[in-house]
Design a protein around this ligand. Structure first.
Ligand code: HEC
Length: 94
């Protein structure tokens, strides 16, 4: 009986030692400071187009609903395309 148990343990040990190591995929970095490429582009567009006439407003100063009329108004002033406006808007409400 003892020998049987020992051989089972031995076989298990061999199996364990020979099984290939499954490498864990690296966990994605999800800190708030890291912006997705789209949001990073929005930030750049915002900083480049929206600070000409006044200081940059804190995105958190206005809600997503409030930013809509503001962006439509400021788009004309900043002379940006609809696409640029959308990218900036996505950044502002992130
Ligand atoms: C050509 C000059 C000019 C540019 C460029 C400009 N703004 Fe303005 N912005 C103004 C003026 C003038 C006001 C205040 C009067 C008004 O609301 O029209 C203002 C006001 C604001 C306000 C305050 C609105 C409120 O209700 O208190 C926000 C927010 C704002 N701008 C955001 C932006 C953003 C975002 C951009 C870039 C897309 C931008 N601005 C580009 C001239 C500009």
């Amino acid at each position: 009986m003892k020998i049987k148990l020992f051989s089972i343990a031995f076989i298990l040990a061999v199996f364990y030692a020979c099984s290939p190591k499954i490498s864990q995929p690296e966990a994605p970095i999800t800190t708030e400071a890291v912006l997705s490429p789209e949001l990073a582009q929005g930030k750049i567009l915002y900083e480049n187009n929206c600070a000409k006439c006044h200081d940059l407003f804190n995105p958190k100063s206005f809600s997503a609903e409030q930013w809509i009329p503001i962006m439509l108004n400021m788009q004309k002033k900043a002379k940006i395309s609809d696409e640029e406006r959308e990218i900036i808007y996505a950044y502002l409400i992130k």
